[in-house]
Design a protein around this ligand. Structure first.
Ligand code: PRX
Length: 632
């Protein structure tokens, strides 16, 4: 499956556009199917209705586990590096991982989980998280992993939306020098979740937890009661594999649905190619499995290719800023896949943390989640890659299932801050506001994709209309990404950021409407408007303009109260970096908030505010500018 030269890439790309079905069929033949497909693809983007490998039967865990056992059973599948460097790391061979997945699959069955049931997973970055995910896939259950940083309310919303029957969690998580309650958050969430019948709790931090009789059971007890014989459920290629919630421009996160066959092929193909993975290499993706990057490039992509994937429980700056580099040295990592925000944060500590650390095992570097600025790109290249490791700046989304536009390591010539060229099978298109194609090079536009690929979302859970409206209605017969994009003179793509009301904070995708809803829940707040602004480390920061007539003398305390409210409603990741109290918001006569103006103020570009004559009350802008200037 691996492309070896740029010439081969160009040929393969052309073939994939001319003969997409033959191309993907050829790739799919590298996987293990119980029964092959009757039809490679049927699709339309108007409903939308997308089916890949119709009629095929498989189980993704046979591809990720069983098929490697004969030759690579003893090869490390997962290496786990704990939060605390003093603790031992753990290596699970393919054989052991297979055994654990089978055993836990039986635990799920024993606890009433059946094919098609939804299971919510809220766990720390421990090997059991990967086991839980794969065990769901083994028995045909649909997993919905919720990132450990979300609040009880966010979890409850997600559990209810998917009508989950079982929750898998742990007592707590370690994060740097903090211990985080997970079970307690689940207990709070479940007060409002009538569909949940069982909670399986892993012991990790050994913190005190309440265990409800008849509902809660311990992971450690349950696995003793079952054996390791768990035949993989035969699944249809288009059966659901997982739901993953992500933010959009409206207040409520959407459950992006991925199906088994196409997702597997796409995650496996892109993993093998983009990173140029070689047998026996160690692949380290620093994401959390709670995000799509972790799903595709910690679990399914690497394991489907028989790779060794490293899972890191901690954070790059604990116990100090050399930790990530120490992990690379300790486990002789060959491929490091991380986010610009982590690079910028580590860059701020200078070169000192790198002293004496041997990074010579590194062969490929990767970046994901947000635009990487040139300074961070060069620092990564020179100090980490020692100017000899290609950097793959991979653009993709929760909805795309896998990497879409990216260099292929050792194949595509790179260019700082460019995601470069589409992978084979991906047909990007730039359009103007009216949806007219912008052809040629040296142009800017909204990024759309005009032809299906196997890893694409199929629907948004429980609300197909929403999927249609969000992605397939802005421009007729196109998938709209929500991103703006430049195609330079060489035909290289550079993603310039979201063009909708979504912001990207430390690589986490957050809807401004979601944050506004959370702020507005705070007593006293009349209205708020949230925008993103450039932030040195996080990429974008969250700037909230809040009308709260009750703020008198103690603005700081009210700010803290609001932050607390946002933490309760969404989670700490959505806390505004700046809160400005204002007496009014710039609105048009029809009542629409002019975010363009607020964005300029948040960016500090007050001289470029432009025309305010259409505003209901232009004076409000003067007031906001003045107050913003005083905000620290
Ligand atoms: O704006 C793009 C940005 O992240 C968004 C997708 O976020 P999410 O679904 O959370 O998935 C993140 C990990 C795949 C995109 O719409 N984005 C992602 N990768 C890049 C990027 N922006 C610029 N360059 C990238 N390499």
């Amino acid at each position: 499956m691996q492309i070896k030269s740029f010439e081969e890439y160009q040929k393969t790309y052309q073939y994939s556009v001319d003969y997409p079905e033959q191309f993907w069929e050829g790739i799919a033949n590298n996987f293990q199917w119980r029964k092959k497909w009757n039809k490679v693809l049927s699709w339309n983007f108007s409903e939308p209705n997308i089916k890949w490998f119709e009629g095929a039967k498989l189980n993704i865990t046979e591809n990720c586990l069983d098929r490697h056992l004969a030759e690579n059973g003893d090869k490390p599948a997962i290496i786990w590096e704990p939060n605390d460097p003093q603790k031992e790391s753990i290596t699970l061979s393919y054989k052991i991982l297979h055994e654990q997945v089978c055993r836990f699959g039986n635990v799920l069955k024993k606890n009433g989980v059946k094919k098609g049931d939804r299971v919510c997973i809220y766990m720390p970055m421990v090997p059991e998280l990967a086991v839980a995910v794969l065990a769901c896939a083994r028995i045909g259950a649909v997993h919905s992993v919720v990132f450990g940083g979300f609040s009880a309310k966010s979890i409850a919303d997600r559990i209810n939306d998917a009508e989950c029957k079982v929750v898998i969690t742990a007592d707590g998580a370690f994060r740097g020098n903090k211990q985080i309650q997970l079970k307690e958050v689940i207990d709070d969430a479940l007060i409002g979740c009538p569909t949940v019948e069982r909670v399986i709790v892993l012991t990790h931090t050994r913190m005190a937890v309440s265990m409800l009789k008849g509902r809660d059971v311990w992971w450690e007890d349950e696995i003793k009661l079952v054996d390791t014989n768990c035949p993989a459920e035969e699944m249809d290629a288009e059966d659901l594999l997982f739901i993953l919630y992500t933010s959009g421009s409206t207040g409520k996160p959407k459950g992006v649905v991925h199906t088994i066959g196409g997702y597997m092929v796409y995650a496996g193909y892109t993993f093998s190619n983009v990173f140029n993975y070689q047998p026996d290499e160690v692949f380290f993706c620093t994401a959390d499995i709670g995000w799509i990057t972790g799903h595709s490039y910690i679990v399914y992509g690497p394991l489907s290719q028989g790779a060794t994937t490293l899972m890191f429980e901690g954070i790059p700056t604990f116990p100090d800023a050399s930790r990530m580099w120490q992990v690379v040295e300790k486990h002789k990592v060959n491929i490091l896949y991380t986010a610009p925000t982590a690079i910028r944060s580590l860059m701020s500590f200078g070169e000192e943390p790198l002293k004496g650390i041997d990074l010579s095992s590194l062969r490929v570097l990767g970046s994901v989640g947000e635009p990487i600025n040139e300074e961070a790109w060069h620092w990564f290249d020179e100090n980490i890659g020692k100017s000899k490791c290609p950097i793959v700046d991979t653009w993709w989304q929760t909805e795309t299932g896998g990497i879409m536009i990216s260099p292929i390591a050792y194949v595509t010539p790179t260019k700082p801050s460019f995601a470069t060229l589409p992978l084979p099978g991906i047909q990007p298109m730039l359009v103007d506001e009216q949806g007219k194609e912008i052809e040629g090079n040296g142009v800017n536009g909204n990024l759309c994709i005009k032809f299906p690929w196997p890893g694409m979302l199929r629907t948004t859970y429980g609300d197909h209309e929403r999927c249609k409206l969000t992605y397939f209605s802005t421009y007729k017969d196109l998938y709209f990404t929500g991103d703006g994009c430049l195609r330079d003179e060489d035909g290289y793509y550079r993603i310039t950021g979201r063009v909708d009301d979504v912001i990207n904070v430390s690589g986490h995708r957050i809807g401004t409407a979601e944050v506004e809803n959370a702020i507005n829940m705070h007593a006293g707040v009349v209205e708020s408007a949230v925008v993103g602004y450039p932030h040195d480390v996080k990429g974008q920061g969250i700037y909230a303009f809040v009308i709260n007539p009750n703020v008198h003398n103690d603005e700081d305390l009210t700010r803290k109260d609001i932050l607390q409210t946002v933490t309760r409603v969404i989670g700490a990741i959505a806390k505004p970096d700046k809160i400005l109290f204002v007496s009014g918001l710039p609105k048009t006569r029809s009542g629409k908030i002019m975010r363009r103006i607020l964005r300029k103020i948040a960016e500090g570009e007050t001289s470029q505010i432009g025309d305010t004559s259409t505003l209901l009350d232009p004076a409000v802008v003067t007031e906001i500018i003045e107050k913003a200037g005083q905000l620290k």
